[in-house]
Design a protein around this ligand. Structure first.
Ligand code: BGC
Length: 256
């Protein structure tokens, strides 16, 4: 595959928008990643302008473009916006971004993108059965992947546990907000992962999000029966997963 045909991944986050072409054989960036600050008012229109600028920095890349969004995405339309500008809800993001960039753009939930990347190239590579990838950040994102096939939009961060929206207690932002020790946070995580365990009996949990860099501090304290491991792609997972998703035309992926 030549560089020009490689898919391009964009990770749209609260503070930064990161993008790079991706080599799907290796799961590595095919060129140095570019990061642009997220506009203060991160409406679809403002963000689309940043995407156009970002893609203009890679004039030799003509492949499909994948974009992560921290919300439910069905057929390119964003259906929820827990931690982003509410104007995203109801937006046909595939269309807005395709029109703004002149490229074929496919939008995917951020955790689903990370999940696809971890299953194809990272911590869950070669694993069969049900793998649940969770991202611990501002919210909790989740991806359920069964034998390499994604069941999109699982939204397990919004399970109600003890009368609370789970992410409001167990996300990394809750640890910071409540100034929790690793030990105390791990107790909340134990409650969270025990609930997932009871409901889904997965083979493996993979824990991503920025804080997974420090997994040594808290994962050993999470007391559950299922194997639980840190993500390995770290801050590359969104870009790589988005590119992977776009390369399949935004459809179902098989890990083969
Ligand atoms: C959103 C999910 C998202 C997760 C991580 C949650 O609040 O509902 O769609 O994947 O945060 O960003």
């Amino acid at each position: 595959m030549t560089t020009t045909e490689q898919p391009f991944g964009i990770d749209f986050g609260g503070t930064g928008i990161k993008g790079a072409p991706v080599d799907l054989d290796t799961g590595e960036f095919a060129a140095e990643r570019v990061r642009i600050r997220t506009p203060e008012k991160s409406t679809p229109k403002n963000v689309a302008e940043v995407f156009a600028d970002l893609l203009a920095q890679f004039p030799d890349c003509h492949g499909a473009v994948g974009v992560t969004v921290p919300g439910v995405v069905r057929h390119g339309v964003v259906h929820s916006a827990a931690n982003i500008d509410k104007s995203w809800v109801g937006t046909d993001a595939d269309r807005v971004f395709t029109d703004a960039t002149g490229r074929e753009v496919h939008v995917v939930n951020d955790a689903d993108a990370a999940g696809l990347a971890e299953v194809r190239y990272g911590a869950a590579k070669g694993r069969s059965g049900l793998v649940i990838v969770t991202t611990l950040g501002t919210g909790i994102g989740s991806a359920m992947v069964y034998d390499g096939v994604l069941v999109p939009n699982s939204e397990l961060g919004h399970l109600e546990i003890d009368g609370h929206d789970a992410e409001s207690r167990a996300a990394n932002s809750a640890r910071e907000r409540d100034d929790l020790s690793w030990h105390h946070w791990a107790k909340r995580l134990t409650t969270y992962y025990r609930t997932l365990e009871r409901l889904f009996s997965p083979e493996l949990f993979v824990v991503g999000g920025g804080v997974s860099k420090e997994s040594d501090q808290f994962l050993p304290l999470v007391d559950i029966d299922t194997e639980i491991v840190p993500a390995t792609l770290l801050n590359k997972a969104g870009v790589v997963g988005a590119a992977l998703y776009a390369s399949e035309g935004g459809g179902v992926l098989h890990d083969d």
